[in-house]
Design a protein around this ligand. Sequence first.
Ligand SMILES: Nc1ncnc2c1ncn2[C@@H]1O[C@H](COP(=O)(O)OP(=O)(O)OP(=O)(O)O)[C@@H](O)[C@H]1O
Ligand SMILES: [Mg+2]
Length: 370
Amino acid sequence: MSNPFPLSIAKGEDFCNRKAEKERITHNVNNIIHTLLVSPRRYGKTSLALKILQEAELTYAYIDFFMALTPEKIVTRIINGINPTISKLLPKTKRAIRQIEDFFKSLRVGLQLGQANMEFSLTPINQDGAKTIWDLFEGLDQLAQKENKKVIVFMDEFQDIIHTSLCDDIEAAIRHVAQKTSNLIFIFSGSSRHLLSKIFDDKSRPLYKLCDRLNLERISRKHYEQFIQTAAKHKWQGALANDVLEQIFSYSKYHPYYVNVICSRLWRQRLIPKVTDVVNTWSQYAEEEFGAVAKELDALTTNQRLILQTIAQLGSVKEPTAQAFLQLVKLAHGSITQAIQSLTQKDYLYKTSNGNITLVDPLTAWVLIQ
Ligand SMILES: Nc1ncnc2c1ncn2[C@@H]1O[C@H](COP(=O)(O)OP(=O)(O)OP(=O)(O)O)[C@@H](O)[C@H]1O
Ligand SMILES: [Mg+2]
């Protein structure tokens, strides 16, 4: 039996709930509303988007911009995402090649072996990355229109485009198509809220107010409880004791990646886990990762580390500039505000839906209070 707690994308039976989020995005897809999916790292954005794409039974293009730091890489990633999509829209005939060439003006069309079958492949004719990108989005929209099909375009780690000179052109091309299309639905996703905000919240930029923004939260206790207990029944024919669940949640803080780290290790056991197994699992994991976390923390200023540590000790803080907190850290009002702003931009801290400021990463919090 395979381990139901993957450390990579959660698929099929390994995917826990997210019903409300799925419904909202599916509603958007049905109504041609573009979506911006945002959360800190490793909360499950890619798993959620891919799950929706699979369940929607619509044709889709998956474009991953992770570390696409040069114009050439950007163009290649878009083409790699679109190649399988056009192959699903048209039969692989000579006539289809001519049709595709009409839609994608500055690209050459061929056939190549894809993941399983032969698929169309686009190659840029010239070096003009901006023109190629315009033609790719415009061409895909026209092709989808002609075939009378809806196509979801999922662009993951979208904030990485900001590092390249093609950034303005991608944004402009997407806006041009996204405003008029009845066939393409865009889902943007990324983990740097700071960079995404530069792209989507700046009045002077093309993608301003283009999307319904969904801030993905952690998975709720109720949904995790059901999910973990079902997996426990499959594995050990019995439920985990309440204090075992409590211990898992107390370390992971419902952060999907850390729940999976702990449970994937526990699920290797022959016997049903006890509290001591959870404690040992977490201690061992934290020990393995200690060096990496300490190295990351080293890059912060002393003030930032002190503030992070104090918030980790408290669990969360509502008013970091209130007298009680000032006394704890013994820093000036201005220094605290500046450090908190910087730690939030770097994704160490975030504001929960009830307005408290807390650490994003439970492992970092744990290391800081040892
Ligand atoms: N709905 C879910 N049910 C169970 N596990 C999940 C779920 N969503 C995510 N996970 C788990 O959480 C971890 C992170 O998932 P994923 O890679 O989808 O997140 P992400 O937000 O795209 O991360 P990154 O910021 O690194 O791109 C993985 O271990 C994945 O298996
Ligand atoms: Mg991801």
